[in-house]
Design a protein around this ligand. Structure first.
Ligand SMILES: NC(=O)c1ccc[n+]([C@@H]2O[C@H](COP(=O)([O-])OP(=O)(O)OC[C@H]3O[C@@H](n4cnc5c(N)ncnc54)[C@H](OP(=O)(O)O)[C@@H]3O)[C@@H](O)[C@H]2O)c1
Length: 270
């Protein structure tokens, strides 16, 4: 019998990450679930093991810590868990203008959403390449393709980086059976906007702009299986991305300023 292949998911205690765990377990993947909230991870792991007859392991980790990725990798090595799929999903928004959060808050967000994502990829990619099989989903955002906005200053630039990084690695991995995709959801029903205290603003957005976590994740898994470099979720978000590419900068920026900026929290707003 071959070695069990694991899908490692960061940010698996809620939202898209928990949904990735559900859908991958349904497809027979064993799981390594990562986040800070151990109780949630334990509950999810027990439920999925029971429902789908898979192995589900948990690692409690704060990805804001500089050594988190290395510790996760070492633990997987020690346990001989062979990671064939990596879903770098953990992330959150930091409202306000650039000078409002403290430097440690910025640094923590950069560690969670950039450094740990790149380092986990760096650590787990070589074994996938050697095995000539691997799946990597880098959860980015439509924000990474859209014009810049004031407020939540580092979020969109980080997501742009994630998209470009995924695309570059996609080009390298395809010769070795390693599929790498950037997933770009728009507004999605998860705990994201509760976690950053902007739910009341987001509730003003048209419901037609929102997607369910289930839809986003199903499209993400299909995209990485098809080895699509960049997957934008839903036709409305695809249209926004297309307009961003085709319309003159001045017009698309003005459109964004008028609409999306209403939902970005600035420092002087409630
Ligand atoms: N929801 C949207 O509208 C939307 C749109 C585009 C892109 N995205 C992206 O989708 C990804 C998932 O977000 P979501 O919408 O599912 O949000 P969510 O429901 O709030 O889930 C966020 C996950 O990230 C984990 N996390 C946060 N900080 C962490 C840390 N320091 N260390 C380890 N884990 C941490 C949380 O776990 P713990 O708190 O237990 O640690 C949680 O499991 C993010 O990268 C986000 O940028 C979301």
């Amino acid at each position: 019998m071959g070695q069990t292949k694991y899908a490692l998911i960061t940010g698996a205690s809620a939202g898209l990450g928990a949904c990735f765990a559900q859908q991958l377990a349904q497809r027979g993947w064993s799981l390594i679930l990562i986040a800070r909230r151990t109780d949630r991870l334990q509950q999810l792991a027990q439920q999925l093991q029971h429902q789908h007859n898979i192995d589900a392991q948990i690692i409690t980790a704060d990805l804001a810590q500089a050594d988190a990725a290395q510790k996760i990798y070492q633990h997987c090595q020690t346990q001989q868990w062979s990671v064939a799929m990596l879903v770098n999903n953990a992330g959150y928004g930091l409202p306000g203008d650039f000078d409002e959060p403290s430097w440690p808050q910025h640094q923590a967000q950069l560690n969670v959403m950039l450094n740990s994502l790149v380092e986990l990829t760096y650590l787990f990619y070589p074994a996938m390449k050697k095995a000539r099989y691997g799946r990597i989903i880098q959860v980015a955002s439509l924000a990474g393709l859209a014009p810049p906005t004031a407020g939540h200053t580092l979020y969109a630039p980080m997501k742009s980086f994630v998209i470009k990084f995924a695309h570059s690695l996609h080009l390298e991995g395809k010769d070795f059976g390693v599929h790498v995709s950037a997933l770009c959801p728009g507004f999605t029903y998860t705990e994201f906007h509760d976690a950053n205290g902007t739910r009341h603003r987001m509730n003003k957005l048209s419901k037609s702009l929102w997607m369910s976590a289930d839809e986003v994740v199903a499209e993400g898994i299909a995209a990485v299986e098809a080895n699509k470099a960049v997957k934008i979720n839903g036709w409305r978000n695809q249209l926004i991305a297309l307009m961003t590419r085709l319309l003159p900068d001045k017009i698309i920026r003005a459109l964004f300023q008028k609409n999306i900026n209403k939902y970005r929290k600035r420092s002087n707003e409630s």
